[in-house]
Design a binder for this molecule. Sequence first.
Ligand code: ATP
Ligand code: MG
Length: 399
Amino acid sequence: LPDEFIQAQPIIDTIEAAGYEAYYVGGSVRDTLLGLPIHDVDIATSAYPEEVKALFKRTVDTGIEHGTVMILDHGQGYETTTFRTESGYQDYRRPDSVQFVRSLKEDLNRRDFTINALALKTDGTIIDYFDGLNDLKAKRIKAVGNPETRFNEDALRMMRAVRFASQLDFTIDPETIDGITHHGQLLTKIAVERIHVEFVKLLLGQWPSRGLDVFLSTGLYQYCPDFADYEAPLIELAKQLKVGMSNETAVWALLATTFKLNTNQVASLLKHWKSANQMITDTQVVVRAIQAITTNQVNAWCLYQTGRERLAIANEVATALSLSEITTKELQARYDQLPIQSKRALSISGQDLMQAGVQPGPGLGRGLTYLEHQVVNGLLTNQTEVLIKAAIHYLNEEA
Ligand code: ATP
Ligand code: MG
């Protein structure tokens, strides 16, 4: 067993010593069997939340109403969730209520896919009620039980199916695909923020075309914000894209470039997807840099405005779309050679200009922007004397 499980073993031992059952469950079990690194160890137990809390000194109620208690141990936190069933998914999302149960099988039965419905004991034994091991071997994503019912209960599962396909290089079982095709529209009942999380994970996955193909062929994409308008470019993208993106800004810049969006359209798309303002700004800057890279028009001002990190993102996207003929290393080397990398590096401040007799006000700001531009472009040396003179001259000309 991987170290993460070994470290968590005392937790399971403590719960078992008190007469309850406890198992490793969820993504960490699946990923271990696939030989992938694991992020967080999830534990499922027959003990009720209050019973779990009574067994450990330090716990946090991270989701006590659905049975989740975080146990703190040696600087680590372990999410421990009481076996439960769910019922009354009246609005096609999240259950109205959960019932705690003492049976592992019932708990695994409410999980989304067979590969996510495996449990692992501390001695390495796997509990597999739904043929998940077989599906893991066959690299197949298959709903637990009837896919139609399961997507009716919680429509987000359809997005999870396509993102797991992309992350794991798995196919989706034909009946599960049919379920997605028939229930795609239910996605409109799900909070955009939750769809957003899964969609970004899809494009961060190593095999994005795997997920995108089903996302498109089932029509699921039509029920995501704004995507119905972009079927053709999405199909083109699914054909072309061979690698996953390395961060979320790259994901949105990839889409914006594929959809040929201008700056305002980028903001509009991302607002519909409920992105943060910083993400919108970053994406706009990156999209502009991609255009410059594509047309071989990366000049000093573009390098300066984009910044080192976003240059890497822009070139990652441009390269994924076969639009770049330059390496990120080269671009960043050019960036590193700029006379200044930020306004702060300018050898002059507003204060200095005022001391030299420039009146406070909008002219002062314009003077500074002018200097920034001239220095970045190598037209003025970054020396206080030089800059003061040039600013005064510029402002006189302007007047
Ligand atoms: P990841 O590696 O991305 O964390 P994961 O499988 O662990 O993948 P989580 O969202 O962390 O995914 O959920 C943990 C487990 O909870 C899943 O493996 C699955 O068994 C169950 N689960 C999560 N979301 C759902 C859902 N919407 N419907 C049914 N079961 C779910
Ligand atoms: Mg997880």
